[in-house]
Write a protein that binds this ligand. Structure first.
Ligand code: AMP
Ligand code: MG
Length: 289
């Protein structure tokens, strides 16, 4: 980056992080340790994020208020990434900045027998956010391509058919009033190893450690290729993918906060009008004891 280039304001981060729909995706060319649009370091990034927080909370409350008043809008934040990439951290540190009443978080693990007996979108549809809500998917329908492919859980024709299914399904979601924000948290193999080691070294984190996480690491290139393919084939104009470099937690949190603020700003939401005669109600209240 040239030194004359003006630092991007947080509101422009989406332009730096969005993948062009249809363009080839090569994750090896995106540095997980990079911090696009935020080159002044952790302290400054935390300050910028703190500055955005009141705006974020205000916008989220408008969305919630509109939902309570019959507005159709809702936001779905889809989080994908390798284990330790910080999906849970985003839920805590980014969504933790707004009123929890307006946030619904769904985490998708390996499907149950009941879930496997249904179409792969069945369990997903049941967790979609209601009007006025910001829904967060900690893993999602994309596992039904990526995990299934890398672990060989179904033949290729099964997961191959899902790229188009997902694109059609997401298009319908968007038409029905859901803004879909898809984020791939891009962590490096080295940083992921550090975080797994930290889990083993800290008894308060042992519960997070799963032996299969190390097995998954052994297949790292296969996971990266499977992710690159969904990023490419399921990046659409109506529901593009954003790649957030995730080796720095402070950058990850600032970036996802900025993406959400930017989407919410775009709605231009006001406050719902009162459904009562405010002056008359005021008079009635004053007249009462
Ligand atoms: P965690 O997020 O650490 O609780 O791990 C959830 C595990 O569930 C991960 O290993 C995922 O790969 C796995 N998983 C989630 N969805 C699916 C799916 N549709 N098919 C297979 N595995 C899945
Ligand atoms: Mg895990």
């Amino acid at each position: 980056m040239g030194k004359h280039r003006r630092p991007a304001s947080p509101h422009q981060l989406s332009d730096l992080l969005r993948l062009d729909p249809g363009a080839p995706v090569d994750l090896t060319r995106i540095d997980p340790g990079s911090t696009p649009g935020s080159d002044e370091g952790k302290k400054r990034a935390r300050e910028v994020q703190a500055g955005l927080a009141p705006r974020f909370a205000d916008l989220q409350e408008r969305l919630y208020a509109q939902g309570r008043s019959g507005g159709p809008r809702r936001v779905l934040l889809v989080l994908q990434g390798m284990d330790t990439s910080g999906k849970g951290g985003v839920s805590r540190h980014v969504l933790g900045q707004v009123d929890p009443q307006g946030v619904t978080i769904a985490a998708f693990g390996a499907p149950t027998e009941e879930e496997l007996a249904h179409d792969f979108l069945w369990r997903i549809e049941r967790e979609l956010p209601a009007a006025g809500q910001i829904g967060v998917f900690d893993r999602s329908h994309y596992e039904d391509i990526v995990s299934v492919r890398v672990r060989g859980l179904a033949p290729q024709e099964v997961w191959e058919a899902r790229y188009d299914r997902i694109n059609d399904w997401e298009r319908q979601l968007v038409e029905d009033g859901t803004t879909v924000v898809k984020v791939f948290l891009h962590i490096s193999r080295a940083e992921s190893k550090e975080r797994l080691l930290a889990r083993l070294d800290d008894p308060t984190k042992h519960w997070k450690y799963k032996a299969k996480d190390v097995d998954d690491r052994a297949l790292w290139p296969a996971w990266q290729q499977a992710y690159a393919d969904v990023l490419q084939r399921c990046g659409t104009d109506v529901a593009p993918w954003f790649v957030v470099p995730a080796d720095h937690k402070w950058y990850r949190d600032l970036a996802v906060t900025s993406l959400l603020v930017e989407q919410l700003e775009r709605f231009g939401l006001g406050w719902p009008a009162a459904d009562v005669d405010v002056a008359a109600e005021r008079a009635r209240l004053l007249a009462a004891e």
